[in-house]
Design a protein around this ligand. Structure first.
Ligand code: NDP
Length: 247
């Protein structure tokens, strides 16, 4: 039996891992709100790709680190598609530097997007999920939140905090048929990692038992599975998709 169609909000779905999740979940019949921050044209392309394959999607702009923008974005998504039943907190940024050179702005922007954005979206959507007694929240974190990384104290702290957030919220809502999990990707080929020099990429590959970066197509299936009915007994977990990097 296939799952009932659900309404899904994916933050940062205009590119990379979020885009891949949007297209896959739409193919399963779910209605997708494609959030973006600054690249409306990319989000519209994702919506068009979904619609041209017969799916339902709408683009909703909004910076996840801005509470008022998140409220507006959620209102727009729900007006277009109905109450949001599945939330994928995927929007994330890096702003790397050694701590001794890090600016307060580097620290704040990363925490505000990666952690506070996850908090704002979850905080606003959890009451509806509790009321309806069904929900899924999947937080896209990072293997760097587990093992740390030079130059990423801000990013690593934000993603490790998302792990704590995930586990605590999972306990709060478990009896309401709401699962809350984190998926921790390793190095995945997207705009985030395209900026690395070839030298850095070669070093990183030596840390990965599989010896290569992953693809968005290799992360999205785990997120899609956690959205499903079959994943109903999995909650509070942090699932690595990292080619073995954090073994
Ligand atoms: P991309 O850089 O490819 O895309 C980032 C997405 O997030 C874009 O859609 C962007 O929208 C959106 N975004 C950025 N800031 C905001 C914001 N403030 N509000 C709303 N949307 C925002 O990302 P990836 O696919 O590489 O990463 C997705 C998630 O996976 C992130 O949380 C990242 O930390 C995590 N991750 C990625 C890894 C990798 O190697 N790629 C490794 C481990 C974790 P727009 O373009 O419109 O600004």
């Amino acid at each position: 039996m296939s799952d009932a169609p659900r309404t899904v909000l994916i933050t940062g779905a205009s590119r990379g891992i979020g885009r891949e999740c949007a297209i896959r979940l739409a193919k399963l019949g779910h209605r997708i709100a494609v959030n973006y921050n600054s690249h409306a044209e990319d989000a519209n392309e994702v919506v068009e790709t979904i619609r041209s394959a017969g799916g339902t999607a709408t683009a909703v702009g909004g910076n996840v680190s801005d509470k008022a923008a998140v409220e507006k974005m959620i209102d727009e998504a729900e007006a277009a598609l109905g109450p949001i039943e599945i939330l994928i907190n995927n929007a994330g940024i890096i702003s790397d530097s050694l701590l001794m050179r890090m600016s307060d702005d580097d620290f704040d922007r990363v925490m505000d997007t990666n952690l506070k954005g996850t908090y704002f979206c979850s905080r606003l959507l959890i009451p509806g999920m509790v009321k309806r007694r069904w929900g899924r929240i999947i937080n896209v974190s990072s293997v760097v939140g587990i093992r740390g990384n030079i130059g990423q104290t801000n990013y690593s702290a934000s993603k490790a905090a998302v792990h704590g957030f995930t586990k605590s919220l999972a306990k709060e809502v478990a009896t309401r048929n709401i699962t809350v999990n984190a998926v921790a990707p390793g190095y995945i080929r997207t705009a985030t990692t395209d900026v690395l020099t070839d030298k850095v990429k070669d070093t990183v590959k030596t840390w990965i038992p599989m010896g290569r970066f992953g693809e968005p197509e290799e992360v999205a299936p785990m997120i899609v599975f956690l959205c499903s009915e079959d994943a109903r007994y999995i909650t509070g977990d942090v699932i690595r998709v990292d080619g073995g990097m954090a073994i």
